[in-house]
Design a protein around this ligand. Structure first.
Ligand SMILES: *[C@@H]1O[C@H](CO)[C@@H](O)[C@H](O)[C@H]1NC(C)=O
Ligand SMILES: *[C@@H]1O[C@H](CO)[C@@H](O)[C@H](O)[C@H]1NC(C)=O
Ligand SMILES: *[C@@H]1O[C@H](CO)[C@@H](O)[C@H](O)[C@H]1NC(C)=O
Ligand SMILES: *[C@@H]1O[C@H](CO)[C@@H](O)[C@H](O)[C@H]1NC(C)=O
Ligand SMILES: *[C@@H]1O[C@H](CO)[C@@H](O)[C@H](O)[C@H]1NC(C)=O
Ligand SMILES: *[C@@H]1O[C@H](CO)[C@@H](O)[C@H](O)[C@H]1NC(C)=O
Ligand SMILES: *[C@@H]1O[C@H](CO)[C@@H](O)[C@H](O)[C@H]1NC(C)=O
Ligand SMILES: *[C@@H]1O[C@H](CO)[C@@H](O)[C@H](O)[C@H]1NC(C)=O
Length: 821
């Protein structure tokens, strides 16, 4: 039973996968759940495979000339429906029956010629309707039931009038009417009746219309959230008159100006914007493209504004206007020849004057509420910064003086500016910061950017007192001597430190010993060769380290094993990594930890020719591993051979010695020139018998026989082996071997015997006489090489204690010694 069920489940699962796959062909599920995209596939209906729970459907660039019910499957969850550029001409009444919960409908770029009265109207929940570029020439579209509508975008059409249909007064949530780029040229008083009645929170966009004339009073008592009339007038005269005709309008934000610098302002009335004085607004955004060498009065009508943005104009001076409500002033990319000497603006909180080059700056004063000053990108040079330039501004927290030319500071540059939190000087030439602890009083400073300020840090107290500093950027500067090791002491809350491109070639670990909270460390484009500063247990919080474009050839195993545990980004790109088999461990570590590297493919092997680049991740570590294994095997073999050889050498030491002697060429003794008649090989334990019996009987007999005994006859001071050979074996005519148990046990005796055999064999005579002193077991005899042979041939004399036998023994022995070969 369960098996059947499981089989069934499996089948269902496979079918599910197939369906999913089928979807993939027409529509793509987007990253966010329940969003589908079927864009640009020339589909003629919405695929029924799209799940009914789909919330957003992007269906632009398909082919739906006629919208009616069957086009849509049942999509009860659909909220956003984008049908941009689907060749829609005809929208039937029942078209949206299956998608009636839609809140956003986008019909941009369709050549709509018919909209059924009950089609869009049935979308009771619609908030946003976009009919951009649909060829509409009026508001004569059936959307009267859409009382929830908030946002109607009807831009880029041929609408000639702002007169809204009366039913829109019921649209209580309505807030955005976008009529940009239509054909509105005249606005009359009766065109604005509905707008006036709707009162309140509406944004009206009339930009890029060809307005010629506005009837005075048309905007009297109209309340808007925002009015955008950028590029909305055919001429400057129309603008001048039009602004005056906006008299009585009450708007929060007014956006004026033009998009294209089409009109020259030559000969134009400097007060051409005076109509603004008749409009009540709080914020003004003025994008001016016109150029002029005349002085225009644009600010005096903005005297009551709280926020003024003047962008991209050709403003040359700023009038002395007594702003009382101004909180934010933004002047960007103008032709100002001087940063206006603003003062007494008691309400001003934020001031941005950027992108005026090259400008003069003589300072500000008496702006007690000013907190934020951005004067970046002005190319000015000032001396004696900074308190003098920001006088009586006790609340300043943010100063941006970056991208200026030259700033000379005095010795107490920030007195009176103790609340500073952000200070940015990057790419501006500075002088004494870095030589003295001039930042001492900035105990609230959290962000300091001194990058590329041509400083040389020479004082360990450069950053003293910055107890709150979290971000420090000092890239593109230089450090004197070993100052780096002391520079960051006490910056205990620092989280990010950028020292890129600073010519650093080594860092000692003490440099970072106080930076317990440092998370981001940027050391790109330096000359570092090692990262050993990481091995110490400091930088515990480090999560990101950039050391790209340094001289790192390798990182030691020790360092790799000790990198901070929370490190999740390590940029090693463009270092001359040594791709050698000796580095296999490091390279394998890189390959294994690719997640760590933001650009693993930029980690390259050092190469001699710039045309060949090898990625470290492509390096053939396997062959290195094979070579390494081979080496291990070979060294084990070598060790085995060595040990075996030592064992063999030990075991056969006598033969080796003998071999040496032979090689030394001991063949001096000539036949017939013997010093002795016989050399006795015997165990010293048998010495009694040899001395008492053998020597006595042979030497004292007639004729006397001269024996060679090592105890007696060997030359002192000569190596014993040489003695054996020179004196004993080669110096004697015969060799007498006294075999006994002791003889068998003595390795010296064996050696002497074996050497005697081989030397004599080599010399062609084998005059060895064996005396068996006592019986020895057969198996022991075999221990002595060659002895067995003699015994077998019965060429031996046996000693016995019987005196009668003794007599015979001595006679035979004497005979054997004397007998010539
Ligand atoms: C899209 O499909 C329609 C009808 O199926 C066809 O007439 C039209 O040429 C197609 N367009 C493209 C770009 O394939
Ligand atoms: C639109 O509203 C009118 C009057 O309230 C109603 O009769 C009509 O059925 C509505 N149309 C649609 C499509 O909901
Ligand atoms: C705009 O309207 C005028 C008449 O008011 C007309 O002459 C002109 O052709 C229209 N422009 C466009 C692009 O429809
Ligand atoms: C006014 O409209 C804006 C959107 O244009 C909206 O964010 C704001 O909440 C509205 N305010 C009121 C009071 O309705
Ligand atoms: C500024 O406001 C004052 C007082 O409300 C008013 O008298 C004056 O006309 C206004 N000025 C401008 C230019 O709007
Ligand atoms: C300072 O101004 C420059 C240039 O306008 C900008 O890039 C930088 O982000 C600003 N600094 C701060 C801290 O906002
Ligand atoms: C670092 O801080 C400690 C404790 O806050 C203080 O005693 C010491 O003087 C400071 N050192 C420097 C160099 O600022
Ligand atoms: C490492 O990261 C974990 C989780 O983000 C965090 O809880 C921990 O405090 C971090 N360790 C250090 C030493 O910052």
């Amino acid at each position: 039973m369960t098996a059947v069920c499981m089989g069934g489940c499996l089948c269902l699962y496979i079918v599910f996968i197939l369906i999913q796959h089928g979807n993939g062909e027409a529509c793509r599920k987007m990253k966010r759940a329940e969003h589908y995209s079927c864009e640009g596939r020339n589909l003629t209906s919405i695929p029924s495979s799209i799940p009914s729970s789909t919330e957003e459907l992007y269906f632009s660039f398909n082919f739906l000339p006629s919208l009616h019910k069957p086009v849509f499957p049942w999509l009860y969850g659909l909220r956003v429906l984008d049908l941009t550029r689907c060749y829609i001409q005809y929208i039937a009444d029942n078209a949206f029956h299956n998608v009636k919960n839609v809140t956003t409908l986008i019909l941009t770029g369709n050549p709509i010629s018919y909209i059924g009265p009950d089609s869009i109207n049935s979308l009771h929940k619609l908030h946003r309707l976009v009919l951009v570029d649909t060829g509409l020439s009026s508001f004569n579209i059936p959307f009267n039931n859409l009382t929830k509508l908030q946002d109607l975008n009807i831009g880029t059409n041929n609408i000639k009038s702002v007169a809204l249909p009366v039913f829109m007064t019921n649209f209580t949530d309505f807030c955005l009417l976008d009529l940009h780029a239509n054909n509105i040229s005249i606005i009359k008083v009766n065109h604005t009746t509905v707008l006036r009645e709707m009162r309140g929170n509406i944004t009206l966009k009339l930009s890029r219309n060809p307005i010629l004339h506005i009837e005075p009073g048309a905007f009297q008592d109209i309340l808007l959230r925002e009015l955008n009339i950028q590029g909305a007038f055919v001429s400057l005269n129309a603008l001048t008159d039009g602004l005056k005709a906006l008299s009585g309008l009450d708007v929060i934000k007014l956006t004026i100006g033009s998009y294209i610098p089409a009109i020259s302002l030559k000969g134009v009335d400097p007060y051409y914007l005076d109509g603004l004085c008749l409009i009540k607004f709080k914020e003004i955004y003025f994008l001016q493209k016109e150029s002029s060498y005349y002085e225009f009065h644009v600010l005096h009508c903005m005297v009551n504004a709280t926020k003024i943005t003047l962008k991209k104009g050709y403003l040359r001076f700023i009038e002395n206007v007594p702003f009382h409500h101004l909180k934010e002033l933004y002047i960007g990319k103008n032709d100002l020849s001087e940063i206006p000497k603003l003062s007494h603006l008691h309400s001003l909180e934020k001031l941005v004057i950027i992108n005026n080059s090259p400008a003069l700056f003589r300072g500000f004063s008496d702006m007690p509420n000013l907190q934020y000053v951005d004067l970046s990108r002005n190319q000015f040079s000032i001396k004696g910064c900074c308190s003098y330039y920001f006088k009586d501004m006790p609340k300043i927290r943010f100063i941006n003086l970056s991208l200026n030319a030259n700033i000379n500071t005095d010795l107490k540059p920030f007195s009176g500016l103790e609340l500073l939190e952000v200070l940015d000087f990057h790419h501006t030439k500075l002088d004494i910061i870095g030589k003295y602890g001039v930042l001492q009083n900035l105990k609230y400073l959290t962000y300091l950017d001194l990058s590329y300020t041509r400083l040389t840090f020479s004082s360990p107290s450069s950053f003293h007192g910055l107890n709150s500093l979290k971000v420090l950027k000092i890239s593109g500067n230089t450090f004197q001597g070993d100052i780096l090791s002391y520079l960051f002491s006490n910056l205990t809350v620092l989280e990010s430190l950028d020292m890129s491109n600073s010519g650093i070639d080594h860092i000692v670990w003490t440099t970072f010993k106080d930076l317990q909270r440092l998370q981001h460390l940027f050391l790109s484009r330096n000359k570092l060769m090692v990262l050993d500063f990481l091995t110490q247990p400091n930088l515990p919080s480090l999560t990101q380290l950039a050391v790209d474009q340094n001289n790192i050839a390798s990182i030691q195993l020790n360092t790799l094993q000790n990198i901070p545990s929370n490190l999740s980004v390590l940029d090693l790109s463009f270092n001359p990594i040594n791709c050698l088999c000796t580095q296999t461990d490091f390279i394998l570590w890189i390959i294994k930890n690719q997640k760590l590297f933001p650009h693993p493919y930029n980690i390259l092997c050092k190469s001699l020719s710039p045309s060949t680049t090898l990625r470290v991740t492509d390096f053939d570590t396997q062959s290195c591993i094979n070579i390494r294994r081979l080496k291990i095997v070979l060294s084990i073999c070598a060790a085995i051979v060595l040990v075996s050889a030592s064992v063999l050498v030990y075991k056969f030491q006598f033969y080796l010695r003998y071999g040496c002697i032979v090689l030394r060429g001991h063949r001096t003794a000539k036949q017939g020139e013997y010093s002795y008649d016989a050399f006795i090989i015997y165990s010293s334990k048998d010495e009694c018998w040899v001395m008492d019996e053998l020597v006595d009987n042979l030497e004292n007999g007639v004729p006397p026989i001269k024996l060679c005994l090592h105890v007696r006859d060997f030359e002192a001071g000569k190596a014993i082996t040489s003695n054996i050979i020179d004196e004993g074996i080669l110096g004697s005519r015969k060799i007498i071997v006294v075999v006994s148990k002791h003889f068998i046990e003595s390795s010296w005796c064996r050696f002497e015997f074996e050497m005697a055999q081989s030397l004599l064999v080599m010399q062609g005579n084998a005059n060895i006489i064996i005396i068996i002193l006592e019986d020895v077991e057969e198996k022991n005899i075999k221990k002595v090489f060659g002895l067995h042979k003699y015994l077998k041939k019965n060429t031996y004399l046996k000693w016995s204690r019987n005196p009668l036998n003794n007599m015979r023994f001595w006679i035979r022995l004497r005979k054997a010694v004397i007998a010539s070969k």
